[in-house]
Design a protein around this ligand. Structure first.
Ligand code: ADP
Length: 241
């Protein structure tokens, strides 16, 4: 099983933002898209999510053309940096939300939804927060809940856009370890956008270094550190060539 992106291009007006992206993400992989602001990371993530469309190129999952499928049909879970949890809903109801709005034929019964949410609360180590409201949570706790909400419908791919960007350094480090654990035990395929190289290199199985709408290098963290492929990668990582 894999997500295959081929020769993907996107421009906004006269400005090319993605200029021929080729990338294959395997089932169960955790991949970081790393690059400076404006390098096209979010645009690529939005196209994978079905929130935006390319001008050229292909996107497929398990051999099926994803460009022809709606966001819902792709079964994606999405967490943004400033993820708006519903303020008037408890943690439990926020996590259940995606299940309660499924089309009737796919919607589980009330008891089944409650069991799924309980399982997720335990799995994500937030069972003590079930009856709180977002305003009563720390930023780190909110992002854990946001991930729970993204995972509730059993997505095939989780897309995280700078999910820890707004949090302080210690919380980010804790959440990184937590996310790695969650990813490994859930066996999901995860694509993670960050401009923070420490985050990318600690978390990811493979790092995709982007710059100006192209991929400069794809590799395991150690490969990229030991053999930066381009002067940009070396400079961006603070290495010398
Ligand atoms: P990154 O996530 O790496 O910071 P983005 O994908 O957000 O990069 O943006 C890449 C470039 O595309 C930026 O120059 C941004 O201003 C531009 N861009 C993104 N979305 C739009 C849009 N909807 N309309 C016009 N320009 C856009």
């Amino acid at each position: 099983m894999s997500l295959v992106i081929s020769h993907l291009a996107r421009r906004f007006g006269a400005t090319p933002v993605l200029r021929g992206i080729d990338l294959e993400v395997r089932q169960g992989e955790l991949v970081a898209l790393l690059g400076p602001s404006g390098s096209g990371k979010t645009t690529l993530l939005r196209i994978i999510a079905g929130l935006d469309w390319p001008d050229a190129g292909g996107l497929s999952f398990d051999g099926a053309d994803w460009l022809a499928k709606s966001a819902a049909e792709r079964r994606i879970g999405f967490v943004f940096q400033h993820y708006a949890l519903f303020p008037h809903m408890s943690v439990r109801d926020n996590i259940a939300f995606g299940l309660t709005v499924l089309p009737r034929a796919q919607r589980p019964g009330k008891a089944q939804i409650a069991a799924t949410v309980d399982g997720l609360l335990r799995f994500l180590q937030i069972d003590g927060l079930a009856d709180r409201y977002p305003a009563e949570l720390s930023g780190g706790q909110r992002q854990r809940v946001a991930l729970g909400r993204a995972m509730a419908t059993g997505p095939r791919v989780l897309l995280l856009d700078e999910p820890f960007g707004a949090l302080d350094a210690q919380v980010r480090r804790d959440l990184r370890r937590w996310l790695r654990g969650v990813h490994d035990s859930a066996g999901t395929t995860t694509i993670f956008v960050t401009h923070d190289q420490e985050e990318a290199f600690e978390l990811a199985d493979r790092v995709v270094v982007m710059n100006g709408g192209v991929i400069e290098q794809i590799g395991r963290p150690d490969e990229i550190y030991d053999h930066p492929a381009t002067p940009f990668v070396a400079r961006f990582l603070g290495l010398t060539v």
